[in-house]
Design a protein around this ligand. Structure first.
Ligand SMILES: Nc1ncnc2c1ncn2[C@@H]1O[C@H](COP(=O)(O)OP(=O)(O)OP(=O)(O)O)[C@@H](O)[C@H]1O
Ligand SMILES: [Mg+2]
Length: 384
């Protein structure tokens, strides 16, 4: 008997003096019935202040409103145990990040109460948060570094060509044919460089909310066909077959920006489709929206990259994209422009080497206008 008492006493002392853990007991209804010094240290209450209080006192007002303390007790009652990590409240109102284990205590099947063990993991939590923040910061820095490298490359490449052609023209010794080709190269590369700068400006305007649309009624079918015809020579030059099926649709939008949207999707399709591949442009209209699909049979988009394809600066394969060029801004700008028109854009690809499809949906202009697109003078007739 004495031995039993001594062993119980030792156990009581052990629990009492543990500092790192708040160890306390609750009765069947969740009221505190014992309190160790660890609990005093972590939660700030002395035993006399807290014994008799309900366990919900340690939870935030929001947790209490959501019924979290009652749910915890119910779970422990039913399954024997409940564990949680979350913010808890100290006596002085400050919070700490707690790991909590609640265990039902049963004596021959009958519930006698609960043992509750709480650890203060605030420091670990803060350390982890700091590590995560540092990792995010580092990743952002890496993106910035890579972007600077890409940008310099994208600006220098056309500039090299421009310098080269200027030097050749300067000599005055070119045949008319050679001179013509030199001028072409000058124009092409100047335009390429202008596009890089314009994409940068657009991005900065979008980021600062200074990009404004000049909205008007736009015959989208006509606009899409015009962009297709403008770009057709580039497809022919690369030997990529371009097919289109375009239905009329009137929308409210900024014509220059809508051209940019179509242009970006077609440029990407062309860039990623090898010789003899094909690009299909399909535009249809439902009662409420215009649906534009650009499908290509090119390199496709890896499934792990697909969710980031519209992110600023995001490019799938740095090696391929270095060869192909580009800043990784086109789709980010496109997505923002589509959103500013009240529309959505979606990318699909069955995987690497299997082509890609981009689908844009834009709300139609209020009725009447739509039907008149093809009957407007000077417009091309739809293909049969
Ligand atoms: N049709 C497509 N087929 C395969 N991959 C594509 C296609 N369109 C876009 N991608 C992938 O998405 C990335 C981002 O495209 P985005 O148009 O934003 O940038 P970019 O074409 O590399 O550069 P730019 O800023 O000149 O448009 C591309 O680098 C490419 O990896
Ligand atoms: Mg692009």
């Amino acid at each position: 008997m004495r031995e039993l008492r001594e062993s119980e006493e030792r156990f009581r002392l052990l629990v009492e003096h543990v500092q790192e853990y708040a160890i306390f007991m609750l009765d069947q209804d969740g009221y505190v019935i014992s309190w160790n010094s660890g609990a005093e240290r972590i939660k700030g209450y002395r035993a006399a202040e807290i014994v008799g209080s309900h366990v919900s006192r340690f939870y935030s007002a929001e947790d209490c409103e959501n019924g979290k303390p009652a749910r915890a007790l119910a779970t422990a009652r039913e399954t024997g145990r409940w564990e949680d990590e979350g913010w808890r409240v100290r006596k002085d109102g400050t919070t700490f990040w707690a790991n909590v284990v609640l265990t039902a205590l049963r004596d021959r099947g009958e519930l006698r109460g609960f043992a509750k063990i709480t650890r203060d993991l605030t420091e670990r939590r803060l350390r982890e948060q700091a590590q995560r923040a540092a990792a995010v910061h580092e990743a952002a820095n890496r993106v910035k570094d890579e972007f600077l490298a890409t940008l310099s490359h994208e600006l220098r490449t056309p500039l090299n060509v421009i310098m080269g052609q200027l030097t050749r023209l300067r000599t005055g010794k070119l045949t008319p044919d050679q001179a013509e080709r030199a001028w072409d190269a000058l124009e092409r590369n100047t335009k390429a460089q202008l596009r890089v700068v314009e994409d940068l400006l657009d991005t900065s305007r979008i980021l600062s909310g200074r990009l404004h649309l000049a909205m008007q009624e736009v015959m989208l079918g006509t606009l899409v066909r015009a962009v297709l015809e403008e770009m057709r020579p580039m497809f022919e030059a690369k030997g990529v077959h371009l097919f289109s099926q375009v239905a009329p649709a009137a929308i409210i939008g900024d014509p220059a920006r809508l051209r940019q949207i179509v242009n970006n999707l077609l440029s990407n399709a062309l860039k990623h489709t090898p010789e003899d591949g094909r690009v299909d442009v399909e535009m249809a209209a439902t009662d409420t929206e215009a649906i534009l699909k650009v499908h290509d049979t090119g390199g496709g988009i890896p499934s792990d990259f697909l969710p980031r394809v519209f992110d600023r600066f995001a490019q799938a394969d740095p090696f391929v994209t270095r060869v192909q060029g580009g800043l990784g801004l086109g789709l980010a700008i496109t997505k923002d422009l589509v959103a500013m028109h009240g529309g959505t854009i979606e990318a699909r690809s069955p995987g690497i080497g299997k082509g890609a499809t981009f689908t844009i949906k834009l709300p139609l202009a209020p009725a009447t206008a739509t039907d008149s697109e093809w009957s407007t003078p000077n417009l091309v007739e739809p293909e049969g």
